[in-house]
Design a protein around this ligand. Structure first.
Ligand code: FES
Ligand code: FES
Length: 166
């Protein structure tokens, strides 16, 4: 087989701000943010499901907005504040949405849970969800193969109530 490695573009230096810390990486330019997090930074809380933007398992926050980290290149995120599931707990206390998943028994295998949690936080930041149908619609990009949706919706409702009470 022909070896094309000599013609590949060189790795490039990428600075990422992840969970408040500056991280320097040498990455192939086509490295997705998801692979940078999992393979290069060891932040394996963010899950790889489909790797095609269809399941939401890889959802993280970029400047507070939810994104599918499998669909964006790491180099495109240099000016953003990236928050992963590892960055949500503060001073030993779970983020209220993390606690909500426990309180409402909103997961079974837990594989989709980090993406669901980041997505709930992003949804609250967006401020668009007003009804149950809005919640279902706006969370539809996050697939749960265990079918924990009923209790996930309760977590979202609680998070929305908390945000409007503030
Ligand atoms: S792994 Fe990114 S959406 Fe499925
Ligand atoms: S809890 Fe298993 S995939 Fe959602």
């Amino acid at each position: 087989m022909e070896n094309n490695s000599a013609s590949l573009p060189p790795k490039q230096r990428v600075s990422l701000r992840i969970n408040g810390a500056e991280r320097q990486l040498e990455l192939a330019p086509w490295t997705s943010l998801l692979d940078a997090l999992r393979e290069h930074l060891g932040l394996t809380g963010t899950k790889k499901g489909c790797d095609h933007g269809q399941c939401g398992a890889c959802t993280v926050l970029a400047d507070g907005k939810r994104i599918n980290s499998c669909l964006t290149l790491a180099v495109m995120q240099e000016d953003k504040d990236i928050t992963t599931i590892e960055g949500l707990a503060k001073d030993g206390e779970l983020h209220p949405v993390q606690q909500g998943f426990i309180d409402h028994d909103a997961f079974q295998c837990g594989y989709c849970t980090p993406g669901q949690i980041c997505s709930v936080i992003g949804l609250v930041n967006e401020g668009k969800a007003k009804t149950l149908d809005d919640i279902r619609d706006l969370m539809s990009g996050n697939i749960c193969r265990c079918g924990a949706y009923v209790n996930i919706v309760k977590v979202v409702q609680e998070a929305l109530e908390r945000s409007t009470a503030q």
